[in-house]
Design a protein around this ligand. Structure first.
Ligand code: SME
Length: 166
């Protein structure tokens, strides 16, 4: 059984550093893409407070297709350029949205979502998909969350065999 260890008194960078060590251990003996992405989604939901959806969409041609996630049932396909996820895919840039209601074209999969962060998943310079994390509170993700999540995502991509996707 995996037991997450968190220290409530630690700073946010220390918190993410601790998560990164635990994620490294969690993924150490497995490189299968579906397996590791499923674990990653559950790990994020288990470790981050005020998060109601975490998971991935895969890049398939010019659209995104739903992949492993934890949260409410979500939309299955998102064209590049649409919504927060589609914008992250088309620009290949992190989208950190303090208030999703202010984002033109935001796709509301869970009406509880108020803020969102989407990180492109890049492997060998190619877009594999996006990591999407939603929160039921506005302005949930700050610079330190973004930096911490980038580190966790790097650990995931280094531990995982994506070659059949390339
Ligand atoms: N809100 C996203 C859609 C995906 S769900 O949040 C899971 C968007 O606007 O792209």
């Amino acid at each position: 059984m995996f037991t997450l260890e968190t220290d409530q008194s630690s700073s946010k960078p220390e918190f993410y550093e601790s998560l990164n060590l635990q994620l490294t251990g969690l993924l150490m003996e497995e490189e299968d893409m579906i397996c590791n992405l499923s674990q990653f989604a559950a790990f994020l939901m288990q470790s981050l407070e005020e998060v109601n959806w975490a998971g991935v969409y895969f890049a398939r041609g010019e659209e995104l297709v739903l992949g492993p996630y934890v949260g409410k049932v979500a939309c299955t396909r998102i064209p590049f350029g649409r919504g927060v996820c589609g914008t992250a895919a088309s620009t290949q840039e992190i989208q950190r949205i303090a208030n999703v209601h202010d984002f033109p074209g935001h796709i509301a999969c869970d009406s509880a979502s108020e803020s969102e962060i989407v990180l492109p998943i890049m492997v060998a310079g190619k877009l594999i998909g996006v990591l999407d994390i939603d929160s039921p509170i506005a302005n949930r993700f700050d610079d330190e969350d973004q930096a911490g999540l980038e580190t966790l995502l790097r650990t995931l991509t280094q531990a995982t065999q994506f070659e059949w996707q390339l």
